[in-house]
Structure formats: C-alpha cells, structure tokens
Design a protein around this ligand. Sequence first.
Ligand code: UFG
Length: 342
Amino acid sequence: MPSILVTGGAGYIGSHTVVELFRADYKPVIIDNFSNSEKSVLKGIEAITGETISLYAGDCNDEQFVKHVFESEPEITGCIHFAAYKAVGESVEKPVQYYKNNINSLLELLSAMLKFNIKNLVFSSSCTVYGQPDDLPVTESSPVKKAESPYGNTKQICEEIIKDTVDATGKIKAVSLRYFNPVGAHPTSQIGELPIGTPNNLIPFLTQTVAGIREELIIFGDDYNTPDGTCVRDYIHVVDLAKAHVKALDYLEKEKNDSVYQVFNVGTGNGHTVLDVIKTFELATGEKVKYRIGIRRPGDIEKVWANADKIYEELNWKAERTLKQALYDAWNWQKVLKSRGK
Ligand code: UFG
C-alpha cells in the first residue's frame, strides 16, 4: 500500500481527498500547519474511514521539517500538494505573503522529492489561470491569461515551476488539476468547509445566511451578459473533486514515462448562475434564502465553465454528484457547524 504525502491534508479539499485515498487503499500521510484548518477535521476523517491518521503538524516551507517527514515515512511514493493560501482578495492586500508561502512551499517540496527520489506529484491548481476565457467551455489548451490576482499568479507560476522541473530532471511525473468551484461537504457531515471569519465564497456565505449567522446574501451584480444577469460558474462537489486526485495518482503510479506533465480541468462541464444556485439550494433543502442584488465585485469573471473531456478520456474521471446534492450536503454540514457553536 503506497504512502502518499498530502500537504494541507486537514484543509477543505485535502480532508476529502484523504478520505478517498483511504478508500482506494493508499496510506495518506498528512502535513498541515493548521493555519486555515482545525485538528477536529482529523477526527471527522477517522470517523468516516475508521482509520488512524498519520499527521505531521508543521509547515511545508520548513526544509528540516519536510526532510524529517520523508525520513520518517520511507514508503512515500507520491505527494498531493494542497498547502497554500487561497483567498483572492487577501492576496491583493498581502502579495508578498502569498508569493512567499505558495511558491516557497512548492519549491521545498520539489527539492525534498528530488532528494528522496519521490516520483509522483499532484498539484492543486485552479481555473483562475484562464481568467475570462474568450471561448466557452474552456479546454486545457485555452490560453492562460495574465493573472487577475497574486493568488492566481501563484497558481500559474507553480504550474510553470513544476513543468520546468519535470522537463529538466526527468525524475518527477506530475499532474496539475485545475479546479473549478469546489462546493458541498462530505455526505456523512463529518467534514466540510471551515471558513474563518466572514466567508468570501458563495456557498458558505449562503449557508451561514440561511443559518441566521449573516443577515442576507448579496448577489454581486445582475447586469452581466448571462441568462439572468448573474455570474456563471462550474460548481463541483468536493467529493468528486477529491476522487479526481486519486485518479491522477493512479495514473502517475502506472505511467512508465519518467518525465510526464499533464494538466486537467476538473469541473462538471455545466455552468450555473448565482440565481440558479439559490433556487437549487431552496429546492434541495426546503429553506428560503434571504438575498438582494448588490454591485459587481471587482475582479469577478463573468462566466466560466469547464470542458472536462480530457480527464474523462485519459483518467476515466467524471463528476457524478449534482449541484443539488452538493447544496444539500453543504446545508447539512452548516447545521453541524451551528450545533458546535460555529
Ligand atoms: N458571489 C455572490 N455573493 C457572495 C459571494 C459570491 O454573489 O457573497 C458570487 C460571485 O460574484 C461569483 C460566484 O458567486 O459569481 C462564486 O463566487 P466565489 O467567491 O464562491 O468563487 P469565485 O468563482 O470567485 O472563486 C473561486 C475560488 C477561487 C478561484 C476562482 C477561480 O474561490 O479560489 O474560483 O475562478 F481562484
């Protein structure tokens, strides 16, 4: 059973991926510095899987720490690198912090992988690399646009660093997964998103509004060139997204070519407007969402959704859960958070 290092394994997507790794008979080893996650997540993973977590609490930017993990876990054959800062707005205010953390942690990880002869890397990228695409849906060969934020730029730069390293060394095989909008929670309600402070993203803001924690949801603009004027996104259930990581690892484990680098979109292939999301939430849960239309949020893309054919054709992955299911799971998770006083 190969061990897989999961940096940021206590985070939102990381924790769901750890569950799926166990299911697929990998042994995940988590690194997390708990800067944007909580130890209780580990209990949730253990409750779902019945497995005991191997955790190394520390920072990927710390060379000695990463070395210690690889020395202690000689069975590691691959890494999934989630650990990064991810708030678009915050990255505009704190670019140095974002560049330093997101790029340096990747560099430390790659250095350690080369030193310890670890071959496989799955990297957590984002559809943000496409900006506002000229043609929809976006394919992996759609042009990468100038990043709208330092956060988006770190994803572009990290993808380039990985490609250069694969090409130059021939010792690392890698996949970058370009996520569209991850939503939902584990259907057991044992793990889910844990936003700190006021959520920036639509779904946690919406569920907190319905739970009475926020007064109302503000829709950021209804004058876009879309069917109802609100922005369009491709919302993907976090469990489906987690499974894509396992498929990517399976592929890398089997791939004979020692210097392969592949990029995949991970989305459903369907676009939904913000108003669609609200209506679907109400249908899924029977709850009413209090909302009003506000002004546009600076930097928002009008519409983006994935062409996800490549990942289906090459990795045999496709999204299986509906938006309705994701919103139902997100709401159940919100109720658990509320019962915990959060
Ligand atoms: N929205 C609202 N009100 C809110 C929050 C969001 O109307 O209170 C709208 C946004 O305008 C957008 C949609 O809901 O149309 C989704 O917004 P999110 O903030 O949830 O997600 P984004 O699409 O802006 O950002 C996500 C990820 C980023 C990633 C980006 C790539 O959070 O990490 O996709 O496009 F970079």
